[in-house]
Write a protein that binds this ligand. Structure first.
Ligand code: NAD
Length: 740
């Protein structure tokens, strides 16, 4: 029998080697054809007396990246269609289809023959569940080995036996639950200490070690299928269980505010599944999985955090007619906080960097940041001394602009000051190749205006990083009025090389992310002005799914900066500016009390080392707050999210944003907008434009004009339009047109 995705070869000892190597793909993933073939293979192995045991491995550099989630999207589409006619039948179909893989794995582990997984590298999601269903797991001895169940990150949970097997294998309850709930990856050492793998073997001897294990004898019956099986971590209803599970539930609530059906289904599956035999446990897991799959949160998260993110990473917004740039060297101007970070992530990608500052000491200090980060990585065993030396060897710290002569791209990260930026642009362009691209990392100054200092505005673009640069995955690319496609292609090729996710926006004040996140902060301060107790505001933000409360974020961004921005806007807008309590509060905090936020350890919070607590004097500034009972927490949560969603809609309407995927992905990666919603525009789609219109009208009446529905919203609500229908990604306006 031949298979498309697998080869099965049996040796003279009766040990079969099953190699997974899907054609035309750089990585193995589970799709419908893989699942069906594996199903057939398990039957074939079970029915072939010549086969005594199986080693499963991969023909690719890694083992497998897990399931192709577009397969789940397809399943959901079928379910939704059928649901219109027959709800019960549709639910049954979804349940049956979504548990197919789980049943194949169960058949594999009970087929009577021993299976050994020889895991040769990255092993994610469904692949980890395949390995766990095998009777023994041997991992390659390499940094490339990574094992994980990242499903919760896209709104799901491991639904092919992962929850049941992990928790029947580990003796460390907390370690097992953290592995499942956090979706983190494990290296071989950690996976072995959790008992999720049995052995480690060198790459060249991996299959040999697996066959040797078979020759030595591997029990084809899993421990949990034997009579008298006891959970290594103890029963749920036991003194240890009584200590662990109520606390685990409390931590789950504290971390998720119960906004995510995925982790909730996971907790149910584990607790309920561990109290019954394996087959029933798997059935429980499948029921919760099918339930979670139908949730709007899972659909939104799969779309934004898997499908759209992948599309953007692969260059969905890249002009197709531009040749791919192989970037060899870039220049970074300004070796301060941001420039140092940009130099690091670039060198990490193997690209040479010339890092320039005014003084040699400042340039050296910028390079020392890379030394710091790499030294920490070496200490944690994540890199070697040789890696560190290699990376540092790629960064040249200097004051000399001549080093820009052979750069493909130069990124400027000097002071946020027009005059300094103008001077640096002129100096750099004099040293650069005429076809090289020049980018500014400005966070507030419009790119079109900065490009006036350039003699080649077509080659001038914004590449806006977020801090800390090494951790934040998003990069916002800004098109000036005259920016050309060559510059855009270069920016996107660079961002791809450093493995970050790009969004492309047109020029406007605050671009997209800064503009929207400032409305979150503003709404929080406005609430203070309305008499909402500060703690309630902060809790409302976190409960709504934001990573931090708006007042804490205001402190991080710095209150003096917020004050400067509102003052500049007020000056620009003149009579049209609506003065509010926000202005009074900022004025008092910054000018009278010199409370600037985290940076001087005094803001809406008081800071002491790593600890912070809400400042006791807030009411001296805002006036006494009203009793919490006077406010509806649900309304406060909605107010904080709706404000950001409405502002995103405005940015979209002004054609600063032109692609719904970028709005959503940018909002989650850029400022942590409640991920369970799928992002700012998915939040609106999720409730429907008519409901969002009503909400904005209500808030407009109650809280002011900033909630005034826009023309687009009124228009969309008329027909119950959704962003993802009306502005389906391929319809996104071409950049040149939108920039006009
Ligand atoms: P910073 O003050 O830490 O660093 C600026 C560096 O530029 C300093 O090392 C300074 O010596 C150097 N510099 C000034 N004039 C120069 C010149 N003529 N030639 C060469 N070097 C010169 O500032 P930062 O926080 O790194 O910000 C830099 C830029 O990045 C700004 O435009 C800022 O708006 C933007 N930005 C900052 C953040 C952030 O969170 N800090 C985030 C995104 C974007």
């Amino acid at each position: 029998m031949t298979y498309k995705n697998f080869t099965l070869e049996t040796d003279e000892n009766g040990f079969a080697l099953l190699t997974w190597d899907s054609p035309g793909k750089s990585m193995n993933v589970f799709d419908q054809s893989v699942i069906e073939e594996l199903d057939q293979i398990v039957d074939a192995v079970a029915g072939d007396d010549a086969i005594k045991g199986v080693v499963v491995t991969s023909g690719k550099a890694g083992f497998s990246a897990g399931a192709d989630l577009t397969m789940l999207e397809g399943m959901l589409g079928e379910y939704k269609k059928l649901k219109e006619d027959d709800e019960e039948k549709a639910a049954q179909l979804l349940f049956d289809k979504s548990r197919h893989l789980s049943l194949v794995f169960r058949k594999l582990e009970t087929c009577g023959k021993p299976w050994v997984a020889a895991i040769n590298g990255v092993c994610m999601g469904g692949a980890t569940e395949l390995a766990l269903a095998c009777h023994k797991r041997i991992a390659v001895d390499s940094d490339a080995f990574k094992m994980g169940l990242p499903e919760v990150k896209v709104g799901l949970f491991p639904g092919a036996g992962g929850t049941q097997r992990v928790m029947r294998m580990v003796s460390d309850l907390q370690g097992g639950m953290q592995f499942l709930l956090q979706g983190r990856t494990l290296d071989a050492k950690k996976a072995k200490s959790l008992k999720l793998i049995d052995e480690v073997a060198p790459a060249k001897k991996l299959v040999e070690a697996a066959k040797k294990a078979l020759a030595d004898g591997v029990d084809p019956v899993q421990p949990w299928d034997k009579k008298g099986f006891k959970l290594p971590s103890g029963r749920i209803y036991s003194p240890g269980g009584m200590q662990f599970w109520p606390a685990a539930n409390a931590i789950y609530r504290k971390e998720t505010f119960d906004n995510y059906p995925g982790p909730r289904g996971l907790m149910h599956s584990v607790v309920e599944g561990l109290m019954v035999p394996m087959d029933l446990g798997l059935q429980i897991e499948s029921r919760y999985f099918a339930n979670v799959l139908q949730s709007k949160e899972a659909a939104a998260m799969i779309r934004s955090l898997f499908v759209s993110m992948q599309e953007l990473n692969k260059g969905a917004r890249r002009p197709a007619d531009q040749k791919e740039n192989k970037i060899k060297k870039i220049g970074v101007l300004g070796a301060g906080f941001m420039g140092a970070g940009i130099a690091y992530v670039t060198a990490k990608a193997g690209i040479k960097v010339v890092l320039i500052d005014r003084e040699q000491a400042a340039a050296d200090k910028g390079k020392a940041h890379s030394d710091d980060l790499m030294s920490k990585a070496v200490k944690r065993g994540k890199a070697t001394e040789a890696d560190k030396e290699k990376l540092l060897g790629l960064i040249e710290a200097t004051t000399d602009y001549d080093g820009l002569a052979d750069c493909d791209l130069v990124i400027e990260a000097v002071f946020e000051d027009r005059e300094v930026k103008r001077e640096v642009t002129e100096k750099a362009e004099a040293a650069m190749k005429s076809r090289a691209i020049y980018a500014s990392n400005t966070s507030t100054l419009p790119i079109t205006s900065l490009a006036q200092a350039s003699s080649r505005p077509k080659n001038f673009i914004g590449i806006h990083f977020f801090s800390p640069v090494d951790k934040m995955m998003l990069v916002e690319v800004i098109m000036g009025k005259k920016t050309g496609d060559k510059a855009l292609a270069m920016a996107l090729d660079y961002i791809r090389a450093i493995k970050k996710t790009p969004i492309v926006v047109n020029d406007s004040r605050g671009f997209y992310t800064s503009r929207v996140v400032m409305t979150y902060i503003r709404e929080g301060i406005m609430m203070l002005g309305d008499g909402v107790p500060a703690a309630m505001i902060e809790n409302a933000g976190r409960m709504a799914g934001m990573p931090v409360g708006p007042l804490a974020l205001a402190d991080e961004v710095a209150l003096d900066l917020a004050h400067r921005i509102t003052s500049a806007t007020r000056k620009d807008m003149g009579d049209k500016y609506v003065v509010s309590k926000l202005d009074d509060i900022l004025e008092e905090m910054v000018v009278k009390r010199e409370r600037f936020g985290r940076k001087n350890a005094k803001g809406f919070y008081d800071y002491e080392g790593r600890n912070k607590s809400l400042w006791k004097g807030i009411e001296d500034v805002t006036g006494p707050s009203k009793p919490a009972e006077e406010f509806d927490i649900e309304e406060l949560k909605q107010r904080l999210l709706a404000m950001q969603a409405l502002e995103t809609m405005r940015v979209f309407e002004e054609k600063c944003l032109t692609d719904v995927r970028e709005a959503d992905v940018g909002s989650i990666l850029g400022f942590g907008f409640a991920p369970y919603t799928g992002g700012t525009l998915s939040y609106i789609d999720g409730m429907g434009t008519p409901a969002f219109l009503e909400l904005c009208k209500k808030f407009n009446k109650k809280w002011g004009d900033r909630f005034k529905p826009t023309r687009l919203l009124r228009d969309m609500a008329k027909n119950d339009d959704k962003f993802y229908d009306r502005f389906a990604p391929q319809d996104a306006a071409p950049m040149a047109e939108a920039a006009e």
